[in-house]
Design a protein around this ligand. Structure first.
Ligand SMILES: O=C(CO)[C@H](O)[C@H](O)COP(=O)(O)O
Length: 230
C-alpha cells in the first residue's frame, strides 16, 4: 500500500508518471512488478481511462490483476513476440544503468519481458540510485529440486527466501536464494550465475535497461544508456 504523504511514495508516483508519458497510442507495454511499478500501472490506467489505446503484458500475477482492474487490455506474454516499452522498478540502479532487481520476486519474468522489449525503463525513488550496485542482495531463482546443491554453489552468504515458514514460491513455482556477492565485476558475476545448472534467473540487469526516471524530492532525473543524462 502506498501513502501519498510519504516522500518516497510521492517520488515513486512522479517517476511512474514520467515513464508513462513515453507511452504512445498503439503500443504494447510491459508492466513491471513492485510498489514503484504499481504507480506506473496506475498512471497508465488513468491514461487509458482518458482514451489511450494500448495493450500490455505483465511480469507478475499481481501486476496483471491490477492492470485488468484498471481496464488495461492484457495479453498473455506467451503469445507476444515483441514489446514496445517496458516500465519496471529496481532495488538498486547506478549511472551505468546496471540494476539489481527481484526484491519483489519477479526478476525472471521481468528479465524475459525486458529482453523482448525495444526499450526498457527503470523507475525509482532516489533511495535506489547508487554510485555502483553491490549493497543489495542479488535474488537468484532456483529449481526447488536442486535447492541444497544450489545453495552450496551460491556460497554461504546466500539465504533461502522464506514466507510464512515455507520457501517463497515465485509465480513460476520456483524458489529464491538471496545471494550476497562481490559485485566489483558484475559482468563476471552475472556470467558465473548464468552457467550454474538449476539457476533459472537472477536479478542482475546489466544490459536490459535503456533508460531510467529517478525522482528525488519531487525532481525527476532521466538517465539514458546512449545519451546525456538530464
Ligand atoms: O524487481 C522487482 C520485483 O521483482 C521490483 O521492481 C523491485 O524489487 C523494486 O520494488 P519496489 O518498487 O517495491 O521497491
Amino acid at each position: 500500500m502506498t501513502d501519498p504523504a510519504d516522500p518516497a511514495d510521492f517520488d515513486k508516483a512522479a517517476a511512474g508518471r514520467a515513464a508513462v508519458a513515453e507511452v504512445q497510442d498503439g503500443m504494447l507495454v510491459g508492466l513491471g512488478t513492485g510498489s514503484t511499478a504499481t504507480q506506473a500501472i496506475r498512471a497508465l490506467g488513468a491514461r487509458v481511462a482518458q482514451g489511450l489505446a494500448v495493450r500490455a503484458v505483465a511480469t507478475s500475477r499481481a501486476s496483471e490483476a491490477l492492470a485488468r482492474q484498471l481496464g488495461i487490455v492484457m495479453l498473455d506474454f506467451a503469445d507476444v513476440p515483441r514489446v514496445d516499452l517496458t516500465i519496471d522498478g529496481a532495488d538498486e540502479i547506478d549511472d551505468r544503468l546496471y540494476a539489481v532487481k527481484g526484491a519483489g520476486g519477479a526478476m525472471l519474468r521481468e528479465k524475459v519481458v525486458a529482453a523482448a522489449s525495444d526499450r526498457m525503463v527503470v523507475i525509482a525513488d532516489g533511495s535506489k540510485r547508487v554510485a555502483t550496485i553491490g549493497a543489495a542482495r542479488v535474488p537468484v531463482e532456483i529449481l526447488p529440486f536442486a535447492h541444497a546443491s544450489l545453495m552450496a554453489a551460491l556460497g554461504e552468504g546466500a539465504v533461502l527466501r522464506m514466507q510464512a515458514n515455507a520457501p517463497y514460491l515465485t509465480d513460476n513455482g520456483n524458489w529464491i536464494a538471496d545471494g550476497r556477492f562481490d559485485l566489483h565485476d558484475p559482468v563476471e558475476t552475472a556470467a558465473w550465475l548464468d552457467t550454474i545448472p538449476g539457476v533459472l534467473g537472477h536479478g542482475l540487469f546489466l544490459t536490459e535497461v535503456d533508460g531510467a526516471y529517478i525522482a528525488d524530492a519531487g525532481v525527476v532525473s532521466r538517465l539514458e544508456r546512449d545519451g546525456p543524462s538530464r
